[in-house]
Design a protein around this ligand. Structure first.
Ligand code: FES
Length: 137
């Protein structure tokens, strides 16, 4: 596969209450973002176990992003704080698996931030496109 042809596959775990609603708002507002992103709705960013991120990256995804409510806004009080802790564990696991740290990201996107959701996704797709395919592809 030549680099020009490379289209990354990005898995976006989005919390139901904020980020998924932000993705919805981007859609209903007709704000475009790359079709490379597969949104997976989860109830809270804190529910995404590090193994799910590693599994995605070793089974076909080139990048993974977890999107949750801004700090203080999590509907389960501390779920996004847990996600932050897990992100540290994920960074270490990426190293163990020989994956570049840029392949994983944690971002906060609220329900009213449709444009921000689209911007974050464009940025993720661009950075992974530059990085190239996951070595597990
Ligand atoms: Fe959104 Fe917890 S409900 S991060």
């Amino acid at each position: 596969m030549s680099e020009e042809e490379f289209e990354p596959t990005i898995i976006a775990f989005c919390c139901n209450w904020c980020s998924y609603a932000g993705a919805d708002l981007a859609g209903t507002s007709r704000i475009q973002y790359p079709p490379n992103v597969r949104n997976i709705r989860v109830m809270c960013s804190g529910m995404v176990h590090p193994n799910m991120v590693i599994e995605a990256l070793t089974k076909g995804a080139d990048g993974v992003i977890i999107c949750g409510c801004h700090p203080g806004d999590c509907h389960y009080i501390e779920g996004n704080l847990r996600a932050e802790k897990r992100a540290e564990a994920i960074d270490l696991m990426l190293e163990d698996f020989g994956l570049e740290p840029e392949r994983f990201r944690l971002e906060w996107v609220s329900a009213s931030e449709g444009p921000r959701f689209a911007e974050v996704m464009k940025d993720v797709v661009e950075s992974i496109r530059e990085l190239g395919p996951s070595p597990y592809r």
